[in-house]
Design a protein around this ligand. Structure first.
Ligand SMILES: [Zn+2]
Length: 443
C-alpha cells in the first residue's frame, strides 16, 4: 500500500512538474534565448527581389546554426545564399518504428517587421507582474493598458517582457525561434519522451512575403509542419484568405488640352467613377472575422491611361468569385457612363485558403489541438485575415498549420509577451512531437 502511495505521488509530481520544476527550467531557457535574439537587428525590407532582402538576417541565422550544432544536431546547415537554417533532431524510437512515423517540422522566421525599427532593442522583464498599466520607461507616452489589452490580467504573477518604448520587441517571431530551440534542448535532455524524426527550420523574409521562396522542402524532408508564428496563447490557424489581385486599366484618349474639345477622353474620370462604386460593406475598414473584402490600394495614371490595383479576399472560393463578378459589374456601369473609354479587368490568383489542403490531413490540426489541451491550453481556432508562410508551404506540398508564439501587439512598440505563454508553446511543441509518435504511425 505504501509503495503504491509513493508511486502515486511520484506520478502526480511528474504530472505537475512540467508546470513547476521543469516549467522553471523551460521558462529560464526560453526567456534567456528571446532576450538574446531580440538584441540582433534582423529587419527585412519590402520591394527587394533578393532573398534575404537584408544581409543582417544572416547575423541571427549564423548564431542559430552554431547553437544547433552545440546542441548536437549534426546535420545543421545554413543556406549561405538565401539565409535558411535547417537541422534534424533524430528519432529516438526503436528501429522499425521510425520509418512509420511521419517526419514533422517546426518553423519560425528570423526577420522582423519593417513597420518599426528593431535596432538596439532593449528588452525589459517585468518580474511578477501585479496588474495595472505598463509604462514603457524610455518613452513614457507609450503605455500598455489593461483597457486595450485585457489579456494582461491573465498574466498576473507572471513575468512580462516588453520593449523600452522606442523599438519593436520582435517577439514576432523570435519568441517562436526561442521556443523551438528550447523544445529541442528539452527533448534532448529527456530521452524518455519518444518522438519520430523532427525537422527544424528558421527562414528569412516572412514579413515581406518571400519566406517560402527558396525553402528546400525536399532536402529538409518534413511531411507536415507547423509555423510557430501565431499571436496569443492558444492560437491555431489552418485557414487563410483566398487571395486575388485585380488590375483594372482605363484607356482614354489624350490630346493637347488647349485643343481637346470633342477629342479628349480622360481616363482619370472613369477611374474615379469606378472607385466610387466599391460597396461600402465590403471594405477592410468595415469587415472582420470571416467576412471578405474588396480593397482598391494603388492608383496611377494620366489622361491616356489609368491603372488601379484591387485586393480581393474571401475565405470561400464562392465568395471570392462573387467579388470578381462585382468588379465586372462595376466595369460595365463605368463603360456606360464613359462610352469613349476602354477598360481591361485582369484578375490573378495570389494565394489560396490552405484549409482546402489541410482539411485532407486532419491529424495535423487535431494533434496540435490535443497537444495544447495536454498543456492546459485552450485551442483558439483563428482564421487568418491574410496569408502565412504556411499557406504557401502547404501549396508547395507540405501541409503546414500555424501555432501561437505568444506575443501581443506585434509590429509595434507596445509588443509584449508573457513568459508563461513561451513555456506553453515549448510544451505544445514537445507534445506535438510525442503525439505524432504515439498516434501518427502510417502502416
Ligand atoms: Zn511573424
Amino acid at each position: 500500500m505504501k509503495t503504491f502511495l509513493v508511486l502515486l505521488s511520484t506520478l502526480f509530481l511528474a504530472e505537475v512538474s512540467w508546470g513547476q520544476l521543469q516549467g522553471n527550467w523551460v521558462k529560464q531557457a526560453a526567456v534567456d534565448r528571446l532576450i538574446k535574439y531580440v538584441k540582433i537587428d534582423t529587419q527585412s525590407k519590402e520591394d527587394v527581389e533578393e532573398v534575404p532582402s537584408t544581409r543582417k538576417q544572416f547575423d541571427l541565422a549564423r548564431i542559430l546554426l552554431r547553437e544547433l550544432q552545440q546542441l548536437g544536431l549534426a546535420d545543421a546547415r545554413l543556406d549561405e545564399q538565401h539565409c535558411y537554417v535547417y537541422a534534424t533532431l533524430p528519432s529516438n524510437l526503436p528501429a522499425g518504428k521510425t520509418e512509420k512515423v511521419p517526419v514533422i517540422g517546426f518553423i519560425a522566421h528570423v526577420d522582423a517587421s519593417s513597420s518599426v525599427s528593431d535596432a538596439n532593442v532593449n528588452p525589459i522583464i517585468h518580474k511578477n507582474y501585479q496588474g495595472g498599466d505598463i509604462v514603457l520607461p524610455n518613452d513614457t507616452t507609450r503605455v500598455i493598458t489593461v483597457g486595450k489589452d485585457p489579456n494582461l490580467l491573465k498574466s498576473i504573477g507572471d513575468d512580462i517582457i516588453t520593449t523600452d518604448g522606442t523599438t519593436l520587441l520582435a517577439a514576432d517571431d523570435k519568441a517562436g525561434i526561442a521556443e523551438i530551440m528550447t523544445a529541442v534542448e528539452y527533448m534532448l535532455k529527456h530521452p524518455e519522451i519518444k518522438h519520430g524524426t523532427i525537422k527544424i527550420a528558421f527562414t528569412p523574409d516572412e514579413e515581406v512575403g518571400h519566406g517560402p521562396r527558396y525553402f528546400d522542402i525536399k532536402g529538409w524532408g518534413a511531411k507536415y509542419a507547423y509555423t510557430i508564428d501565431g499571436g496569443q496563447l492558444g492560437e491555431l490557424s489552418d485557414e487563410t484568405f483566398n487571395a486575388q489581385t485585380a488590375v483594372v486599366t482605363f484607356h482614354g484618349k489624350n490630346t493637347h488640352p488647349g485643343y481637346a474639345k470633342g477629342i479628349m477622353v480622360n481616363s482619370l474620370y472613369a477611374a474615379a467613377h469606378f472607385i466610387s462604386l466599391f460597396p461600402e460593406d465590403m471594405r477592410p475598414e468595415t469587415t472582420e472575422g470571416r467576412q471578405g473584402y474588396l480593397h482598391p490600394y494603388d492608383l496611377t495614371g494620366n489622361e491616356e491611361r489609368t491603372r488601379l490595383k484591387v485586393l480581393i479576399r474571401d475565405f470561400d472560393i464562392g465568395g471570392m468569385e462573387e467579388k470578381g463578378k462585382i468588379l465586372g459589374d462595376m466595369k460595365e456601369q463605368t463603360l456606360k457612363e464613359f462610352p469613349g473609354v476602354n477598360i481591361d479587368l485582369v484578375i490573378t490568383d495570389t494565394y489560396r485558403n490552405m484549409n482546402s489542403v489541410l482539411s485532407k490531413y486532419p491529424d495535423v490540426v487535431a494533434f496540435a489541438e490535443e497537444a495544447m489541451e495536454c498543456a492546459g491550453v485552450k485551442p483558439v481556432r483563428l482564421p487568418v485575415r491574410g496569408g502565412t508562410d504556411g499557406s504557401q508551404l502547404t501549396f508547395m506540398g507540405m501541409p503546414t498549420a500555424n501555432i501561437f508564439a505568444g506575443e501581443s501587439n506585434p509590429h509595434g512598440k507596445l509588443e509584449w509577451i508573457p513568459a508563461m505563454s513561451m513555456v506553453k508553446s515549448v510544451e505544445t511543441i514537445v507534445n506535438i512531437s510525442k503525439i505524432w509518435a504515439e498516434k501518427g504511425a502510417e502502416e
